[in-house]
Design a protein around this ligand. Structure first.
Ligand code: C2E
Ligand code: CA
Ligand code: CA
Length: 724
């Protein structure tokens, strides 16, 4: 035998195991017990419970319906108003019962996920509240109509049936659920009905002893007293506003207020009639719903929605002087905590962080919000100086510095902050947030536990990089890369000795991009290996073409090697294969390796180069002079050429040349020749330079003075001219 819920409305534990109909009735009984005392219905308890059963059924069906639709619950709000369940408390109690018992007694089968039931239950509550508010409003309007009509007809009929209509007016006046007050044209209150007295806390003399103008409240909508003034002067016949009042006990009463002018038969203003509906609860409910929609359930901080609302307001240009400041915080290493210690610990850590962040803001124009998993923002409306924003970032890092004690261990929390600040009215909220996000990543990339200020140039770079990185992998397959060749000229006789292959990317949207714009990306993404292999085979094929079909004699080709290719195990095999396929001698190929790639190189790194050198491939040390290589180190490297960086020879562009530069180059050339290395000079831009370098004994030169990088055919033409 199961027991029903006891008198306090608590369900017993067996309840949910009964049949569906039993459970439905049980739910209706709990509901009825909860709200019956707060109704003004003429039904008795049993009748009222019967009344609730179909309502309970509607809710139960809505809870399990597919697809889900909360609209049937609107009618339940209406039904509650119809049954006069309009006392304060009736709606919150109903919502409370639905919240606590609906899922328990009416939930769909076990397969239905509980979270889904809970979410549906919340939406049903919102619909009930909305239906309730709507019905109450309609009823109040109807009552207000009736009162106005009675009052007006009482006047019009004054002479004929004064007593009868006055009696009618009194009946409506006393019985109305809306509050009614009548004041004379001086604002002195003449009469109030019971409902109004109740609304104000039940002391009639307190209400009566005051004048209309005494009822001002600090939260009055602007202009309400102008409206009242116009009405009092007979310039308008009515107005309608939402207005707050202080109750006798000091609490606040919110009303829907309609004030009408009653004129005497001659048309002169005689009385003011105020009709008020108590909307305090509805406002509280709205406030609660709004709070839930704008706050994060875990930490209680404002959420993304509220943050964007405030950011938008902060960014709206007001007289062009306002500024804004934003700190975008992302915790360092939060994922590790979550993955290793579990979500529960992760959640508690977030709550602790949220609490600490809250202590960083003090003024009402500052806001801390949680906008993602471990992402928080601090917003300052109109900071006086940039330091205000930087100070806030400091405070945030400071409060995070203290480890968080959880589960018997000290977790150290760190964060990276991106700061964006500036004048309002220039950027939109999305742009500001993106900029803050990119800046935050810069702080992270710099090691974390720090802040960075937004830097438009760095952002453009980051965005371009992102875009390029995305399209890089397919670019090779689509054949978007091509090679330009820049001739290498023998200084002794000015003939073309070979050419350096320089890769370019013909990007479908951005046009031709230079290697500096995408080689670092290719290195980061690993694409450098296939790309480098493609450049090698393409350049070797081209060298073969010049040599055998150009009618000029052998031309060599220089190909750049990235440090990543150098470490790739397939380098030697690939190179040998490419040469073989083209039928080209290894001596026709020169691989350029930068000085920086070889700094501190050990034997393992040098081995593939040594193997290639043994096969007859030339190895050039590129950009020589820009690194810090120890010249004596050069001896143990398998090199045949030094390429002097163009910074060395800049001082020789004009006559007279810089004597120090002359000395340095002289020294390098003699050392190189001692080590049996040829010297190539890069970046030769003037005839003067070329002449100096020739006298200094350099072997080859490359630069705009001879030719800019260009298509392979140009090189061919150039060497034919030389040859003639
Ligand atoms: P690098 O190897 O030092 O190439 C020489 C760069 O100097 C080229 O720039 C060339 O256009 C430029 N240059 C040539 N003559 C002059 C001159 O007289 N004056 C001035 N101011 N500049 C001159 P580019 O083509 O932009 O290449 C830049 C760098 O990209 C190259 O520097 C090289 O390190 C790298 N690179 C180019 N192609 C490849 C490739 O296929 N693979 C790899 N790994 N790197 C490449
Ligand atoms: Ca090079
Ligand atoms: Ca170079």
């Amino acid at each position: 035998m199961t027991r029903g819920p006891d008198e306090s409305g608590q369900p017993d534990r067996e309840g949910p195991r009964d049949g569906p109909e039993d459970r439905l009735r049980r739910f209706a009984r709990i509901w009825s017990r909860a709200i019956y005392p707060a109704t003004a219905t003429s039904m008795n308890r049993a009748e009222f419970e019967e009344y609730l059963i179909p309502l309970a059924r509607t809710l139960s069906e809505a809870l399990r319906a597919r697809p889900f639709d909360p609209t049937p619950a609107l009618a339940i709000g209406t039904a509650l108003v119809t049954a006069h369940c309009t006392d304060p408390g009736a709606l919150p109690r109903s919502l409370g019962v639905v919240d606590s018992y609906l899922v328990l007694y009416c939930s769909p089968d076990e397969k239905f996920p509980v979270e889904e039931s809970r979410a549906r239950c919340a939406r049903l509550q919102h619909a009930i509240a909305a239906g309730f508010a709507q019905a109450l409003r309609e009823r109040t309007l109807a009552e207000q109509e009736a009162v106005s009509r009675a009052a007006l007809s009482a006047q019009a009929e004054a002479e004929k049936a004064l007593h009868a209509s006055e009696a009618l007016f009194r009946a409506v006046f006393e019985g109305a659920a809306v509050g009614i007050g009548i004041a004379d044209m001086d604002g002195k209150i003449v009469d109030v009905n019971d409902a109004l007295t109740q609304m104000f806390g039940g002391l009639e003399h307190h209400v009566r002893s005051r004048k209309v103008t005494d009822w001002a409240h600090p939260d009055d909508t602007p202009g309400v007293w102008n409206l009242q003034g116009e009405l009092a002067r007979g310039e308008r016949d009515h107005y309608r506003v939402e207005k707050p009042y202080y109750r006798t006990n000091g609490t606040v009463l919110w009303t829907n207020l309609t004030v009408s002018l009653l004129r005497d038969p001659a048309g002169e203003p005689q009385y003011m009639l105020a009709l008020m509906e108590d909307i305090t609860e509805r406002r509280l409910l709205n406030a609660r719903l709004r709070y839930e929609a704008t706050h994060d359930a875990l930490t209680g901080l404002p959420n993304r929605t509220l943050f964007f609302e405030r950011l938008r307001a902060a960014l709206a240009a007001r007289d062009g002087v306002a500024r804004f400041g934003l700190c975008y915080l992302d915790l360092d290493g939060f994922k590790v905590v979550n993955d290793s210690l579990g979500h529960e610990v992760g959640d508690r850590l977030l709550v602790e962080v949220a609490d600490r962040l809250q202590t960083c803001v003090t003024a009402p124009d500052q806001l801390i919000a949680r906008i993602g998993g471990d992402e928080f923002v601090a917003l300052i409306m109109d900071p006086e100086t940039q330091e205000d924003v930087t100070d806030l970032a400091h405070r945030i890092l400071d409060v995070l510095a203290e480890p968080v004690h959880l589960e018997g261990r000290d977790l150290s929390v760190r964060g990276s902050i991106g700061i964006v600040d500036g004048p309002a009215g220039e950027l939109g909220p999305a742009e500001v947030l993106r900029s803050a996000d990119i800046t935050m990543y810069r702080a992270k990339a710099a090691g974390g536990n720090r802040y960075e200020h937004a830097d438009p140039e760095a952002e453009v770079l980051a965005i371009t990089r992102y875009g390029l990185t995305n399209s890089l992998p397919t670019a090779l397959e689509r054949g978007e890369f091509f090679i330009e060749y820049q001739p290498l000229v023998r200084l002794s006789d000015g003939t073309v000795h070979g050419a350096e292959a320089l890769v370019r990317w013909c990007h479908p949207l951005r046009g031709v991009l230079g290697p500096d714009q995408f080689i670092p990306l290719a290195e980061n993404t690993g694409l450098i290996v296939p790309l480098g292999r493609w450049v090698l085979s393409e350049a070797v094929r081209q060298a073969r073409h010049w040599t055998f079909e150009g009618g000029h004699g052998p031309l060599r080709v220089n190909v750049n090697l990235s440090p990543f290719q150098l470490r790739h195990p397939g380098l030697v095999r690939d190179t040998v294969e490419v040469l073989k396929e083209a039928g080209l001698e290894p001596t026709a190929l020169c691989l350029e390796v930068t000085e920086s790639a070889l700094i501190g190189a050990d034997e393992t790194l040098l081995k593939p180069l040594r193997q290639l050198a043994d096969l007859g491939v030339d190895i050039a040390l590129d950009d020589f002079g820009t690194g810090y290589s120890n010249l004596s180190n050069l001896r143990r490297m398998p090199l045949s050429t030094l390429k002097l960086d163009r910074s060395f020879t800049r001082g020789m562009q004009h006559d007279p040349a810089d004597p120090v530069d002359i000395k340095i180059v002289e020294g390098v050339v003699s050392l190189a020749h001692t080590l049996d290395l040829a010297v190539t000079v890069e970046g030769v831009e003037t005839g003067a330079q070329a002449e100096h370098l020739r006298t200094l004994g350099c072997d080859t030169a490359q630069g705009w003075y001879y030719a800019r990088p260009g298509p392979p055919e140009r090189l061919h033409a150039l060497s034919l001219v030389d040859a003639s």
